[in-house]
Design a protein around this ligand. Structure first.
Ligand code: FNR
Length: 183
C-alpha cells in the first residue's frame, strides 16, 4: 500500500495546546501507511480579498504546502462554541484563488479536544460545515470529541488506556478512509 501524506492542522496556536498533544499521540499510533506532518497556521496574515491579485508570500507558501498532501487531519479547540479564528483564516487562505482551492477533494477528518465536558462538539460541527463547501470528504465515524483532556495527559504523555485504544481505532479508520478516497 502507498504511503499517504497527511497534513495535521491544529486550530490552537498556544505552545502547550492539548489539541497538539493529542495529534502527537496520533502520530505515534498511526499505521505506517500514514505519514503525518504538522502544517503551521499561526504565521498567516488575515485573509483580505483585496490582495487576491498580489497575495502575501505566506499565503502562496501555505497553499503550495497543502497541495503536497493526500489528506488533512484537523484538530480544533472550541472557542465560544465555534472554531478559533486562526483556523477559519487558514481555511479561507487555502480556498483561494477562486477555482484553485488547495483543499479541493482532499479526504479529511476532524477531532476536537477540550478540557470541558462537551469535547468541542460545537467547533467540530462548525468546521464540518466549511469542509462540505470546500469539497473535502470528511470521515463520519468514529466522531472524536475528547472532553476533560487535562485529566488524560501527564505532560505530553497520554495516561488513559481507553482513550489510547479509541485514538488507535480512529487513526486506523482514517487510514482506510484516505485509501478509499485517494487516487
Ligand atoms: C475557550 N475555551 C472553551 N472551551 C470549550 O469547551 N468551549 C468553548 O466554547 C470555549 N471557549 C473558549 C474561548 C476562548 C477565547 C478561549 C481562549 C478558550 C477553553 C478551551 O477549550 C481551552 O482553552 C483549550 O485548552 C484550548 O485548546 P488547546 O489550546 O489546549 O488546544
Amino acid at each position: 500500500m502507498a504511503t499517504r501524506k497527511i497534513a495535521v492542522i491544529v486550530g490552537s496556536l498556544r505552545k502547550e495546546s492539548f489539541n497538539r498533544k493529542v495529534c502527537k499521540t496520533l502520530m505515534l499510533l498511526a499505521p505506517p501507511t500514514l505519514e503525518l506532518e504538522f502544517v503551521e497556521i499561526g504565521q498567516l496574515s488575515l485573509y483580505n480579498q483585496d490582495e487576491d491579485d498580489n497575495p502575501p508570500a505566506n499565503y502562496v507558501e501555505f497553499r503550495n504546502k497543502i497541495k503536497e498532501f493526500d489528506g488533512v487531519l484537523f484538530a480544533t479547540p472550541e472557542y465560544n462554541r465555534s472554531v478559533p479564528g486562526a483556523l477559519k483564516n487558514a481555511l479561507d487562505v487555502g480556498s483561494r484563488p477562486y477555482g484553485a482551492s488547495a483543499w479541493n477533494g482532499l479526504p479529511c477528518a476532524v477531532i476536537s479536544v477540550s478540557p470541558g465536558a462537551s469535547g468541542g462538539f460545537g467547533a467540530n460541527h462548525h468546521l464540518r460545515q466549511s469542509l462540505v463547501f470546500l469539497n473535502m470528504p470528511c470521515l463520519a465515524q468514529p466522531e472524536v470529541y475528547i472532553g476533560g483532556v487535562a485529566k488524560l495527559y501527564d505532560g505530553d504523555t497520554l495516561t488513559n488506556d481507553d482513550t489510547r485504544a479509541f485514538l488507535q481505532q480512529f487513526i486506523d479508520t482514517f487510514a482506510s478512509w484516505v485509501e478509499r478516497i485517494a487516487d
